[in-house]
Design a protein around this ligand. Structure first.
Ligand code: ZN
Length: 349
């Protein structure tokens, strides 16, 4: 039987999404479970969930070629090791690819979730429906992830850190970001930060607002309450939402000047605001873009939706384990490279 399917895993701080994906990025079957805490538990949960999903789908392990994992944070994709992950405490130094590979007996590769989502969007979303070769994606969720596609390829950079627009500084001396810098785009544009700014605005103001009817101190911080109240015309919610769109637009202006893309895609949980997000960001983007020409980049809402990360991870894993990619990788770093037993390219020490 031909091994033409791949497993994609999107390991988030809240939910663990797993899908069986075909060569073209179509999700054949998928499931989602709460992530849980700690590497031991989560690795066990991944293995159990994959096995359950495959049984339910009637897919045998001999049909699976590779496994790809998308997760937030700083990763050594070459070694398959988590370096630092703010949303997953206790994961520093965990050899995730190796652990999953040993349990599932398949080649495993990992990628930062923002870059994986950009690759997934390019292959099955905006890049499939339009003849584009250059694209930037911003995923607006708990943090702000991002990825750059240039000339049809995901840009990795020297150490696999390219395209971190969430940590580009948009306000000098601004608020402290979780990364240690001040004034990062993430501080103003992440869904969790919109929630926090609404809470702070209510505490620092006596202005009437329908937001006061919400108990902001309970539940996961999201931007959905602010969006709902802004849509119903609450002035404070509208102000916070407009400010958020303005900062996202600054990120888009910077992305446009740095990469000259045909399309900038907005994804992540905040993309659920749809046209309300698109209209606000596009208006500020046009206002702030330089005046020597009209903006050429088209801003869109994700077409791949919430599956972009797991699709991108699944497709990237297949490409990383291919002979072509390994040869290119070897040539680029001019050092002996082997593919480890788990399928993650590994530097020879
Ligand atoms: Zn930052």
């Amino acid at each position: 039987m031909v091994s033409d399917l791949r497993i994609g895993i999107d390991l988030g701080g809240t939910n663990l999404k797993i899908g069986i994906v075909d060569l073209y990025g179509n999700v054949i079957h998928k499931t989602s479970v709460p992530t849980g805490c700690g590497p031991d538990f989560v690795v066990g949960s991944i293995v159990a969930t994959v096995n359950t999903l495959m049984k339910r789908a009637g897919v045998g392990m001999n049909q699976i070629a590779t496994v790809g994992i998308a997760l937030p944070g700083l990763l050594s994709t070459r070694k398959g090791v988590v370096i630092r992950c703010a949303n997953l405490p206790g994961w520093d130094g965990v050899p995730l690819c190796d652990l999953i590979s040993k349990a599932l007996r398949k080649p495993v590769a990992m990628e930062n979730d923002g870059r994986a989502a950009a690759f997934g969007e390019y292959r099955v979303g905006a890049g499939r429906t339009s003849p584009i070769r250059n694209m930037v994606m911003l995923t607006l969720g708990t943090g702000v992830g991002s990825g750059i596609i240039l000339d049809g390829r995901l840009v990795q950079g020297h150490a696999g850190r390219a395209g971190e627009f969430g940590h580009s500084i948009v306000k000098l001396g601004g608020e402290l970001c979780g990364c240690g810098q001040k004034g990062c785009l993430e501080v103003y544009a992440a869904a969790s930060r919109v929630h926090n700014r609404a809470l702070r605005a209510l505490e620092n103001s006596s202005a009437e607002s329908s937001l006061r009817s919400i108990d902001f101190r309970h539940g996961a911080p999201t931007s959905s309450d602010v969006v709902a109240h802004a849509l119903s015309g609450d002035p404070l919610a509208m102000q916070i939402w407009d400010e958020t769109c303005r900062y996202i637009a600054v990120g888009c202006v910077n992305a446009a000047h740095l990469t000259d893309p045909e399309v900038i895609v907005l994804g992540g949980g905040m993309a659920a605001a749809g046209d309300f997000l698109l209209r606000g960001v596009t208006r500020h983007f046009r206002e702030q873009y330089w005046n020597v020409e009209l903006p050429r980049a088209d801003i869109r809402i994700t077409e791949a939706g919430n599956d972009a990360g797991l699709i991108g991870a699944a497709l990237l894993a297949g490409e990383v384990s291919s002979v072509t990619m390994v040869n290119q990788f070897t040539e680029n770093i001019k050092a002996p490279v082997v593919v480890s037993l788990n399928g993650c390219p590994t530097e020879n020490l």
